[in-house]
Design a protein. Structure first.
Length: 230
Protein backbone atom coordinates (compact mmCIF):
# COMPACT_ATOMS: atom_id res chain seq x y z
CA UNK A 1 0.00 0.00 0.00
CA UNK A 2 1.46 3.43 -0.92
CA UNK A 3 2.34 5.72 2.01
CA UNK A 4 0.18 8.75 2.44
CA UNK A 5 1.87 12.13 2.63
CA UNK A 6 1.23 14.02 5.83
CA UNK A 7 0.11 16.99 3.77
CA UNK A 8 0.47 18.19 0.25
CA UNK A 9 3.02 20.85 -0.73
CA UNK A 10 0.18 23.10 -1.77
CA UNK A 11 -1.67 22.76 1.52
CA UNK A 12 -1.84 25.49 4.14
CA UNK A 13 -0.37 23.13 6.73
CA UNK A 14 2.65 22.52 4.52
CA UNK A 15 3.26 26.22 4.08
CA UNK A 16 3.03 26.83 7.84
CA UNK A 17 5.41 23.95 8.57
CA UNK A 18 7.92 25.15 6.00
CA UNK A 19 7.72 28.71 7.35
CA UNK A 20 8.21 27.42 10.89
CA UNK A 21 11.31 25.46 9.91
CA UNK A 22 12.79 28.53 8.25
CA UNK A 23 12.11 30.59 11.39
CA UNK A 24 13.76 27.97 13.59
CA UNK A 25 16.77 27.89 11.27
CA UNK A 26 17.11 31.68 11.46
CA UNK A 27 16.81 31.63 15.27
CA UNK A 28 19.38 28.82 15.53
CA UNK A 29 21.73 30.76 13.28
CA UNK A 30 21.37 33.88 15.41
CA UNK A 31 22.10 31.92 18.59
CA UNK A 32 25.18 30.44 16.95
CA UNK A 33 26.43 33.90 15.92
CA UNK A 34 25.83 35.27 19.42
CA UNK A 35 27.70 32.31 20.93
CA UNK A 36 30.69 32.88 18.64
CA UNK A 37 30.74 36.62 19.39
CA UNK A 38 30.50 35.93 23.13
CA UNK A 39 33.44 33.53 23.03
CA UNK A 40 35.49 36.01 21.03
CA UNK A 41 34.67 38.74 23.55
CA UNK A 42 35.61 36.54 26.50
CA UNK A 43 38.89 35.61 24.86
CA UNK A 44 39.67 39.24 24.10
CA UNK A 45 38.75 40.24 27.64
CA UNK A 46 41.10 37.69 29.13
CA UNK A 47 44.03 38.55 26.88
CA UNK A 48 43.54 42.27 27.41
CA UNK A 49 43.61 41.82 31.17
CA UNK A 50 47.13 40.76 32.11
CA UNK A 51 46.09 39.48 35.52
CA UNK A 52 43.81 36.92 33.82
CA UNK A 53 46.03 35.95 30.93
CA UNK A 54 47.92 33.19 32.76
CA UNK A 55 51.39 33.71 31.30
CA UNK A 56 53.92 31.05 32.18
CA UNK A 57 57.34 31.33 33.81
CA UNK A 58 60.27 30.15 31.76
CA UNK A 59 62.38 27.14 32.71
CA UNK A 60 65.31 29.49 33.39
CA UNK A 61 63.32 31.55 35.91
CA UNK A 62 62.03 28.44 37.70
CA UNK A 63 65.59 27.16 38.07
CA UNK A 64 66.46 30.31 40.02
CA UNK A 65 63.70 29.71 42.58
CA UNK A 66 65.98 28.26 45.33
CA UNK A 67 68.39 31.19 45.01
CA UNK A 68 65.56 33.74 45.08
CA UNK A 69 64.11 32.07 48.18
CA UNK A 70 67.51 32.03 49.85
CA UNK A 71 68.08 35.76 49.44
CA UNK A 72 64.49 36.74 50.23
CA UNK A 73 64.77 34.71 53.43
CA UNK A 74 67.62 37.00 54.52
CA UNK A 75 65.10 39.86 54.42
CA UNK A 76 62.35 37.73 56.02
CA UNK A 77 60.37 37.99 52.80
CA UNK A 78 60.40 34.39 51.61
CA UNK A 79 56.63 34.50 51.06
CA UNK A 80 57.29 36.96 48.21
CA UNK A 81 59.16 34.37 46.16
CA UNK A 82 56.29 34.14 43.67
CA UNK A 83 56.15 37.85 42.95
CA UNK A 84 59.93 38.13 42.60
CA UNK A 85 59.99 35.22 40.16
CA UNK A 86 57.26 37.00 38.18
CA UNK A 87 59.32 40.19 38.32
CA UNK A 88 62.38 38.35 37.02
CA UNK A 89 60.32 36.87 34.21
CA UNK A 90 59.25 40.33 33.12
CA UNK A 91 62.78 41.71 33.41
CA UNK A 92 64.70 39.05 31.50
CA UNK A 93 62.87 35.74 31.28
CA UNK A 94 65.76 34.42 33.42
CA UNK A 95 68.27 34.90 30.63
CA UNK A 96 71.65 36.60 30.73
CA UNK A 97 74.11 37.40 33.49
CA UNK A 98 71.78 39.92 35.15
CA UNK A 99 68.38 38.19 35.29
CA UNK A 100 66.97 40.72 37.76
CA UNK A 101 68.26 43.66 35.67
CA UNK A 102 69.70 45.04 38.91
CA UNK A 103 72.85 46.68 37.55
CA UNK A 104 71.59 50.27 37.79
CA UNK A 105 70.70 49.90 41.47
CA UNK A 106 74.03 48.12 42.05
CA UNK A 107 76.54 50.35 40.28
CA UNK A 108 74.53 53.18 38.74
CA UNK A 109 74.73 51.98 35.16
CA UNK A 110 73.48 49.16 32.98
CA UNK A 111 75.39 45.97 32.33
CA UNK A 112 77.83 45.98 35.23
CA UNK A 113 76.56 42.74 36.80
CA UNK A 114 78.05 39.66 35.17
CA UNK A 115 77.03 37.03 37.71
CA UNK A 116 73.39 35.87 38.04
CA UNK A 117 73.75 35.29 41.78
CA UNK A 118 74.98 38.86 42.30
CA UNK A 119 71.98 40.02 40.26
CA UNK A 120 69.53 38.05 42.40
CA UNK A 121 71.17 39.17 45.64
CA UNK A 122 71.00 42.82 44.57
CA UNK A 123 67.55 42.52 43.00
CA UNK A 124 65.97 40.96 46.08
CA UNK A 125 67.72 43.55 48.28
CA UNK A 126 66.33 46.38 46.18
CA UNK A 127 62.85 44.83 46.11
CA UNK A 128 62.93 44.46 49.91
CA UNK A 129 63.90 48.12 50.21
CA UNK A 130 61.14 49.51 47.99
CA UNK A 131 58.56 47.19 49.59
CA UNK A 132 59.45 48.57 53.01
CA UNK A 133 59.38 52.18 51.81
CA UNK A 134 56.03 51.49 50.12
CA UNK A 135 54.62 50.27 53.46
CA UNK A 136 53.91 46.84 52.00
CA UNK A 137 52.02 48.11 48.93
CA UNK A 138 53.16 45.44 46.48
CA UNK A 139 52.02 47.27 43.36
CA UNK A 140 53.79 50.45 44.44
CA UNK A 141 56.92 48.43 45.19
CA UNK A 142 56.82 46.77 41.78
CA UNK A 143 56.39 50.03 39.89
CA UNK A 144 59.19 51.55 41.98
CA UNK A 145 61.45 48.66 41.03
CA UNK A 146 60.94 49.86 37.47
CA UNK A 147 60.81 53.65 38.02
CA UNK A 148 63.14 53.97 40.99
CA UNK A 149 62.52 55.00 44.58
CA UNK A 150 61.47 58.52 43.59
CA UNK A 151 58.09 57.18 42.56
CA UNK A 152 57.29 56.21 46.15
CA UNK A 153 57.67 59.79 47.34
CA UNK A 154 55.58 61.00 44.41
CA UNK A 155 52.74 58.62 45.29
CA UNK A 156 52.87 59.56 48.96
CA UNK A 157 52.51 63.19 47.94
CA UNK A 158 49.50 62.31 45.77
CA UNK A 159 47.21 60.23 47.97
CA UNK A 160 49.62 57.57 49.18
CA UNK A 161 48.32 54.63 47.13
CA UNK A 162 49.57 53.23 43.82
CA UNK A 163 47.47 53.74 40.72
CA UNK A 164 48.26 53.44 37.04
CA UNK A 165 47.20 57.06 36.56
CA UNK A 166 49.92 58.14 38.98
CA UNK A 167 52.41 55.93 37.13
CA UNK A 168 51.50 57.67 33.87
CA UNK A 169 51.74 61.13 35.44
CA UNK A 170 55.14 60.39 36.98
CA UNK A 171 56.46 58.91 33.74
CA UNK A 172 55.35 61.98 31.79
CA UNK A 173 56.95 64.28 34.35
CA UNK A 174 60.28 62.43 34.33
CA UNK A 175 60.29 62.03 30.56
CA UNK A 176 59.80 65.75 30.07
CA UNK A 177 62.54 66.47 32.60
CA UNK A 178 65.14 64.03 31.24
CA UNK A 179 64.45 63.53 27.53
CA UNK A 180 66.94 66.20 26.51
CA UNK A 181 69.77 64.36 28.27
CA UNK A 182 68.75 60.71 27.91
CA UNK A 183 67.85 58.79 24.76
CA UNK A 184 64.57 57.15 25.81
CA UNK A 185 62.95 54.25 23.99
CA UNK A 186 59.18 54.15 24.34
CA UNK A 187 58.37 50.59 25.41
CA UNK A 188 54.73 50.80 24.36
CA UNK A 189 52.80 52.68 21.68
CA UNK A 190 50.50 53.98 24.41
CA UNK A 191 53.51 55.44 26.22
CA UNK A 192 54.60 57.21 23.06
CA UNK A 193 51.14 58.67 22.53
CA UNK A 194 51.03 59.91 26.14
CA UNK A 195 54.61 61.21 26.15
CA UNK A 196 55.18 58.83 29.07
CA UNK A 197 58.34 57.06 27.94
CA UNK A 198 60.13 57.01 31.30
CA UNK A 199 60.11 53.37 32.39
CA UNK A 200 57.12 51.13 31.73
CA UNK A 201 53.75 52.53 32.75
CA UNK A 202 52.23 49.02 32.51
CA UNK A 203 54.96 47.35 34.53
CA UNK A 204 52.74 46.23 37.41
CA UNK A 205 50.24 44.46 35.16
CA UNK A 206 53.07 42.97 33.11
CA UNK A 207 54.64 41.41 36.22
CA UNK A 208 51.37 40.22 37.73
CA UNK A 209 50.51 38.48 34.46
CA UNK A 210 53.04 35.83 35.53
CA UNK A 211 52.05 35.75 39.19
CA UNK A 212 49.37 33.05 39.06
CA UNK A 213 51.83 30.63 37.47
CA UNK A 214 54.57 31.73 39.86
CA UNK A 215 52.39 30.82 42.85
CA UNK A 216 52.00 27.29 41.55
CA UNK A 217 55.80 26.99 41.31
CA UNK A 218 56.42 28.00 44.94
CA UNK A 219 55.57 26.36 48.22
CA UNK A 220 55.65 29.50 50.34
CA UNK A 221 52.87 31.32 52.17
CA UNK A 222 51.62 34.17 49.98
CA UNK A 223 48.71 35.34 52.12
CA UNK A 224 50.09 38.84 52.69
CA UNK A 225 50.94 39.19 49.03
CA UNK A 226 47.50 38.07 47.88
CA UNK A 227 45.84 40.52 50.26
CA UNK A 228 48.05 43.34 49.03
CA UNK A 229 47.47 42.80 45.33
CA UNK A 230 43.66 42.64 45.29
Amino acid sequence: MPKRKLFRKSSLSYRFARSGLKTLAVIAGMFFCFAVLFLLYENQHETSNPEMSGKQLSKEVIEYKPLVQEYLKQHELEEYTGVVLALMMQESGGRGTDPMQASESYCGERGCIENPEVSIKQGTKYFAGVLEEADGDVKLALQSYNFGRGFIGYVKDHGGKYSEDLAVDYSKKMYKKLKSTIDFRCIRQESKELNACYGDIKYVDAVLAYYEDAKTKTDTDDVRLAASTE
